[in-house]
Every structure is written in structure tokens, then in C-alpha cells.
Design a protein around this ligand. Sequence first.
Ligand code: NDP
Ligand code: GDR
Length: 338
Amino acid sequence: MTKRALITGITGQDGAYLAQFLIRKGYEVHGIIRRSSHLGVADHRLRWLGIADKLTLHDANLSDLSSLIRIVSEVQPDEFYNLAAQSFVATSWRQPILTANITAVGVTNVLEALRLIKPDTRFYQASSSEMYGLIQQERQSETTPFYPRSPYAVAKLYGHWITVNYRESFGMHASSGILFNHESPLRGVEFVTRKVTDGVARIKLGLATELRLGNIDAKRDWGHARDYVKAMWLMLQQEAADDYVVATGITTTVRDMCRIAFDHVGLEMDSHLVIDPDLFRPSEVDVLLGEPAKANKALGWTAETSLRDMIVEMVEADLKRLSSPAAPTEQPLPEILP
Ligand code: NDP
Ligand code: GDR
């Protein structure tokens, strides 16, 4: 029997890679798309991966429970992946209530739709390493206490615990993946890796002269989105639902990540990098370093792509996009203040 998956956030980085992964596994894939996201712009990632015509998109919004009930009734999914969120940390200080409505309460809306209509659906919640925030342990695992440092992280913590609560209260197969940063050529250009690879490609091609960043001393545990969506799927194939950290176990500063990109195109980082105090955040997560031992052992999952290989792939994709007249006309976003 063909399995049916329903993905929220399918037009985002992870949604696009997950949809591709599930289609290759023979799933019938459905996705939720906001009416405000006009097709043709919003689905550029799905077109880039060549899967836009291999899935079914439905009009719904995480803030509208009735729309979720309607879609769950129509699709009757075997697996539900909740990837939709206001996912940019910096924006969460400027839009804290919208962030809470979508990234926190939106999770309850999804869980309620499933509980009321199809409670045997296996559910995945996109939790985040940002929940650790101000860390007191060198490596963060499933047992590390949380200390969120942004409205985004506070909202994600709610989403995490409501998932645990629906599992414990109603016996739902609801798992939470605590994923550390993962990137790709499909990453939004507002996030630091893609901002760097896009910026370096522009400087290399003579389209820009400088790259402005905020706190380059911050450290992150960066993996590749293509690897991380496999872990999401593996969680839903387990007999019992559970929570898992998904990470590489290696941490790197923004500065060193940036240097990989400049070195790759043979440019001096120090000649082009400008530190902009306006890009520092009101409160920062200084260092993240995941302990993926549980996912390694229980799921048989490991990160396959090194940071260097990923950054090179991203720089090459940006060089190709920016130097080809036939490439999608994706423009850099205006500078987003923290
Ligand atoms: P993106 O920002 O690329 O994608 C977010 C998706 O959510 C988009 O498809 C967006 O749709 C959708 N969305 C936003 N608001 C709503 C809404 N009100 N109703 C329906 N859909 C909505 O995120 P990623 O793919 O990078 O991340 C996927 C998930 O994983 C997110 O929840 C994120 O917070 C979480 N996460 C990500 C990590 C990472 O490093 N990438 C690490 C840990 C967790 P639209 O196209 O219309 O904007
Ligand atoms: P993050 O990712 O906040 O970790 O959240 P982001 O790439 O935005 O920032 C990483 C670190 O880089 C520093 N930084 C800058 N960041 C941005 N965006 N732009 C800059 O110019 C800049 N300069 C320095 C930041 O201060 C930060 O320390 C991501 C998102 O995908 C979340 O949805 C997800 O939950 C977490 O990863 C895990």
C-alpha cells in the first residue's frame, strides 16, 4: 500500500528536501501551502529539486485550525511532518506574537487536527537546538536542560513540550527531532551560511565589494539538510515515538565557516568582511554543539556531509545561479536587522 505523507512548510528548505526524499521512497506526498505564498515564487525550491509536479499542494495555514482539520480529513495521512514555522530567530524579536501564534500554538492546532480526525497518524515536530540557548553543558543531548534565548526559541520549546504531552496524554505516535543548524543551497538567504555563500559569490563575480555580518564569534553545529530529513523519516519508522538530537557533533565559529567560503574562491576574507554592530542580536546563543549518540544508535543515522563540502556546494550553486542569465531571478533579501 502506498503510504501518504502530509508536510507543513513544504515550500521551505527542509520541506523541499523531505518531499524529494519521500517521493523517492514511493510515498504519495501532500503539502500545505499558505494562500499568501503565491505559487511560482514560493515553490521555487520544489522546482529546483524537480518535484513540483510530483506532489499535491493544499491551501491551509497553521494558525487556522479549521483549515488543518479539512486537510487532514481529505488526505488521511499515515505520516505528518510539521515543519512550518516563523523560523528566523532575528525576526522573532520584531514579530514575537506572530512567532508564538505559528511556531508555538500552531503545533497544538496540528496536533488537535490529528487527534480529532486521525489520531493514529505518526507525527514529527521540528524542534530546535535553539531551545538549549544559554548552555550549561559542553554538549547538548536529549537530557540537557533548556534555556531559550529568543521569542523563537521560547515558541519552539512550547511546540516541543506539547508534542511530548500529546504523546503521553493521548498515546499518539508523536516524535520531536531536536535538530541543530542544517543548511544547503536551498537555505533562505537571510540565514548566515547562505548569506555568506551568496555574498562571497557576488564579490567573486564583481557584483558586490563587501559582506556585512554581526557576531562572527558565535559557534554552531552545522550539517546538511539533505542528511537531516532522513533522520526525520527514521523517527517515524520506529515502533515507539521518542525525542532525538540530530547533529554532527562538531562546532565551528561563523568566522571559520565564512573563511571556508572566501578561501574556496581565492579571495581574502579580511579585505571584504565588515562587522556591523546593527546585526548583533539582543541576546545571543554563543555556542551549540550536539551529542547525536542516541540518533546514531537507535536510528542508525549519522551526518554524512562535512561543513567544508556543504559550504563549497553552496558557493558553487550561488556562483552558477548568479552567473547564468537563465537561472531563477532570486534577488538578495533586503538587509534584515536583528
Ligand atoms: P524555512 O524557513 O525554510 O521554511 C519554513 C516553512 O514554514 C515555509 O514553507 C513557510 O511557508 C512555512 N510557514 C510559515 N508560516 C506558516 C503558516 N502560518 N502556515 C503554514 N506554513 C507556514 O525553514 P526550514 O526549512 O529551515 O526549517 C523547517 C523547520 O525546522 C522550521 O520549523 C524550523 O524552525 C525548524 N528548524 C530548522 C533548523 C535549520 O537549521 N534549518 C534547525 C532546527 C529546527 P512560506 O513559503 O509561505 O513562507
Ligand atoms: P540561527 O541561524 O539563529 O542559529 O537559527 P542563523 O544562520 O540566522 O544565525 C547563526 C549565527 O550566526 C550569527 N550571525 C548572523 N546571522 C545572520 N542570520 N545574519 C548575519 O549577518 C549574522 N552575523 C552573525 C547569528 O548571530 C547566530 O549566532 C537557525 C534557524 O534555522 C532556526 O530556525 C533553527 O531552529 C536554528 O538554526 C537551529
